[in-house]
Design a protein around this ligand. Structure first.
Ligand code: 5GP
Ligand code: MN
Length: 335
């Protein structure tokens, strides 16, 4: 990773900085944002963390999460804060469209932009781009960024815990970690005093009873297995959202249960959120779900984990996915 002298110069004097991550922030979005915040604050920067929409409840206990500003909840305050910023740090996304209206607003402000991200096909949205689709998480890149700045000693337990959060959530607790670097960084964080068990407990062992019941409902009543296409689908309707009082983050991870089936190579989770139909795709091996999401649903992500939104009905989105399966049958079998 290379950091230009211009960026170094920008960061070594106190600035007014906004750290921004994507809509429906996940562990990597929140972790990288908070890690960057706690790092930059050590330089005396004035930092705000902003997200387009609220983060899941399980991240409420992450130190600093509660100070974040949410565009959907307090748009005016976000606008006022953003207007005064000299530097935007964009984390875990690589296209303005991922932060929709907030992005439209930010683009009109003449702040410098630093982007750090690990998704495929970055758009040229920043003055300083750090993009590495090989990285397991954006948190990993934030760790490397701080090291490259020569600031290893600034990775204190607060910064470390936040980084560990993204390392864990983006790799399924290291199950899908593809590079030794991810494990080296995790080891280095543990050496610095990060409590891995505490971070895991906070994320995975703090569920509400209702969420476990929702998982049961998905597996018993909403799961379709299509052996001919080695595909599993789980869907949730608007009524399910009401019946189970589903809130932000409650459906996180459900798609992964489909991958636990030996025969399944492609996992699809389609859920009718209050205003939009959301798709989450996962795959094993070489099957590129990022391509499926990008080509057919205007979404994106990574080879084995990608997502998209659809403004069609749940029924027609479900049908569109099923109609695509014959097209991808060969790729599924080859994977
Ligand atoms: P998830 O299915 O957990 O929401 O997302 C899986 C991966 O795909 C994440 O890396 C996420 O950032 C990306 N992703 C999810 N939804 C979208 C989308 O609508 N557009 C793009 N470009 N990426 C998405
Ligand atoms: Mn990520």
């Amino acid at each position: 990773m290379q950091i230009s002298s211009e960026l170094r110069a920008l960061l070594t004097l106190p600035r007014n900085v906004a750290i921004v991550s994507h809509r429906n922030p996940d562990g990597d979005a929140i972790g990288s944002a908070l890690a960057m915040r706690f790092y930059l604050e050590q330089y005396g920067h004035k930092v705000h963390v902003l997200f387009p929409s609220d983060y899941p409840e399980e991240f409420e206990t992450l130190p600093g999460a509660g100070d974040s500003l949410i565009w959907d909840i307090s748009t005016e305050e976000c606008k006022q804060v953003l207007q005064k910023k000299e530097l935007f740090v964009l984390l875990d996304f690589n296209a303005w469209s991922r932060i929709d209206r907030m992005g439209e607003y930010m683009r009109q402000i003449s702040a410098k932009v630093l982007m750090i991200d690990h998704h495929l096909y970055p758009e040229p949205i920043a003055d300083f781009m750090i993009s590495d689709p090989e990285a397991g998480s954006t948190c990993e890149l934030v760790f490397q960024f701080i090291q490259e700045m020569g600031d290893s000693l600034k990775i204190n337990p607060m910064v470390g815990e936040a980084i560990m959060t993204g390392l864990i959530t983006d790799t399924g607790s290291f199950k899908y970690a593809t590079s030794p670097e991810t494990l080296r960084i995790a080891a280095s964080l543990v050496e610095r005093g990060v409590d891995l068990t505490l971070v895991q407990d906070r994320i995975f062992n703090s569920q509400k009873e209702q969420n476990l019941r929702l998982l049961g409902h998905c597996l018993v009543n909403r799961m379709e297995i299509l052996p001919e296409y080695k595909t599993g689908i789980i869907w949730l309707s608007k009524k399910d959202y009401d019946d189970f009082n589903i809130k932000r983050g409650d459906t996180e991870g459900i798609v992964n249960y489909l991958l636990s089936l030996k025969e399944v190579r492609l996992a699809v989770f389609i859920h009718n959120q209050p205003s939009v139909v959301k798709l989450s795709l996962r795959s094993k091996g070489n099957l590129d779900v990022q391509e499926i999401c990008r080509k057919h649903f205007n979404g994106g992500g990574h080879k084995n984990a990608a997502g998209a939104y659809s403004f069609d009905s749940l029924k027609s989105t479900l049908q569109k996915v099923k109609d695509l399966l014959p097209v991808y049958k060969e790729a599924i079998y080859k994977s």
